[in-house]
Ligand binder design. Sequence first.
Ligand SMILES: [Zn+2]
Length: 438
Amino acid sequence: MSDSEMHGVLSALLERVGDAVSDAASTLDDLTDEDVAAGAAAIVAVALSETVVRIAQGVQADAVTALDRRRREMVGSSMTEHDLCRSLFVEIAMARQASTTAGETTYRLARDLEDHPEAHALLRDGKVNQAVVAAVCRETVYLDPSTRAEVDRELAPQLRALGPKRAAAAARRLVLDHEPHAAYERTVRAREERHVHLRPELDAMATLSIYAPAAQLVGVWHRLDAEASARRSDGDPRTIAQLACDLALEALNGAGVTSGGVAVDVEVGVLMRPETMFGADDAAAVLQGYGPVPAELARGLVASGRSWVRRFFTAADGHQITDVDPRRRRFPEVVARAVRAADEYCARPWCECRVREIDHVTAYAAGGETTRANAQGLCRSDNLLKQTRRWRVDTDHAGVRTWTTPTGHQYVAPAPPGVAPPSVLENHLRRLLEVSRG
Ligand SMILES: [Zn+2]
């Protein structure tokens, strides 16, 4: 079925890009030999590429708006707003091969640009970049559509000359002119978004960030800095940066931190082969919530005297956890733990959220078994999404999973990484287990 509206959007895209390329070509013709020798043509190509990206982002917003309108016409009131948006965010994210958050950002910007037609036109013509229009939309988000459109009109003539920060400041001034109360409402609204985020870094390190009201965080920061400086002047050999970090961890843990490890009662999962645990080899272990870590570090973590060891036995292919009753409906905790330990991230392509729920790929009701091969770790929202209208996940015999979205697009997720093939020691342990059962 042909779609005349989208054909129109695509022709407009082609036309704008064509114009930008011919403009660049005539610029090239006018270059002097000296400028060409210095690389001027390459800069023309850099600028052209930038323009093409902006044009494409402007057109992408048109496509998202069309998608949104059509989907709403199709589902009517049969879906909640939350489920509908969630479905759209993920579908846009998958088309962009990006995270759900990126999909949501694209969607929200497209909707915001409906109230900023002038800014949208500048983006579509390649005159301003997406960061600038996004910064403006963020500032006007609490205005009603007609006031937003007024701000858009007043701001448009100066937008081309501004970067995102200046554009945001200019937009904020206009917002305050129109609705002085809006700024305060924003600070109240922003507090709802407070959260803590963990980001894995290189060398078995991670960054924990706290998004909270600035006043509180500035207070915390000053206190950490003052206490660290005081301890440093009292002769503590650690640097002020190290001291501030250790003090923050101490406060958050509610306990003292030892130099090498963790001294709090929280569960930290580490998956490793028995040889690694006993020091016979140095295969990488997996720290749950972070990913692969050096064997030596993992051994240190489990050797703290406060740890428990749980053994997972695998079949010869290294994928299937044996010794689990396949007839049970609920996932046995042992399988859940194996999946959580092996799959750090949600199994939906491009989702990088932590695994929160274990899902039967083939539903139990449809004959799916409760085994490692039929299990996938999903984030909470994708597990819900999978059950909403027109979403489908199929798996083939090799464990490759195909996600089908409401528009019928398909995305393939590779089979989940198996636990490493069983080692000699594991096989020995399994034989011992079988003998003791028999
Ligand atoms: Zn997910």
